[in-house]
Design a protein around this ligand. Structure first.
Ligand SMILES: O=C(O)c1cc(=O)[nH]c(=O)n1[C@@H]1O[C@H](COP(=O)(O)O)[C@@H](O)[C@H]1O
Length: 232
């Protein structure tokens, strides 16, 4: 089932059972689901099958970052399992992203392919420590343009950069934004955060929400509150 909701719920759980327990409370008409490194490393492709069987579209978030041939093969493997979207790190460069996009096209695989710019857990000081001394916004802009020119359908960025990227890369270029924090939630390890409503208004096309829902005392209540905020 496809949904018009911008919400992607991150199933960051340590077991297939825990992830499916949450998925069974959710509705594929109301959100998509994200499977990340922890869950996929524990469960393998079984989780994708289980979520697809329940009617969900799945974003497989494994953030591939390797030589072009390896990443192209990994992206193909993900797409052949029917996932809605998969991601790579834009820092892997043009040839890596192009190889991945070309591999999907050669096999007529419709899975969306996006690239992570600068992780939402990082601030300018973190970036500087890795040797990137330009302003954080500039680095996000540079990587987003490179991703677009390398055939990506969009990027992962923080909602704080979504407006800037809508201007430079177009409204249709996907801006998938984690670091979403409703007012009732803690920031946790995220640095560049925004509320759901502000993120959508800023130009995010999809909002990735994990702990504010999955770790809430009442996850469905938290999701209802986020949806209510978005529909105001
Ligand atoms: O690619 C991602 O999904 C991602 C990129 C990024 O820059 N920041 C980021 O938080 N994420 C993922 O988005 C989710 C955010 O979860 P919460 O911080 O719990 O809402 C996690 O699963 C992260 O792995």
């Amino acid at each position: 089932m496809t949904t018009s909701s911008p919400l992607i719920i991150a199933l960051d759980y340590p077991s297939l059972d825990a992830a499916l327990c949450m998925a069974d409370q959710l509705d594929p008409a109301r959100c998509r689901l994200k499977v990340g490194k922890e869950l996929f490393t524990r469960s393998g492709p079984a989780v994708l099958e289980a979520l697809h069987g329940r009617g969900f579209e799945v974003f497989l978030d494994l953030k591939f970052h390797d030589i072009p041939n390896t990443v192209a093969g990994a992206v193909q493997a993900a797409a052949e399992q029917g996932v809605w979207m998969v991601n790579v790190h834009a820092g892997g460069g043009r040839r890596m992203m192009q190889a991945a996009a070309e591999r999907l096209a050669a096999h007529r695989l419709a899975t969306r392919l996006i690239a992570v710019t600068v992780l939402t857990s990082m601030d300018a000081a973190d970036l500087a420590e890795t040797g990137i001394k330009v302003p954080l916004d500039e680095q996000v802009q540079r990587l987003a343009r490179l991703a677009r020119d390398s055939g990506m359908s969009g990027v992962v960025c923080s909602a704080r950069e979504a407006g800037m990227l809508a201007a430079s890369c177009g409204a249709d270029f996907m801006k998938v934004t984690p670091g979403i924090r409703p007012r009732f939630a803690a920031a946790d390890d995220q640095q560049r955060i925004m509320t759901p409503r502000a993120a959508l208004q800023a130009g995010s096309t999809h909002l990735v929400v994990g702990r504010p829902v999955t770790q809430a005392a009442d996850p469905m209540g938290a999701l209802d509150a986020i949806e209510a905020e978005l529909s105001v």
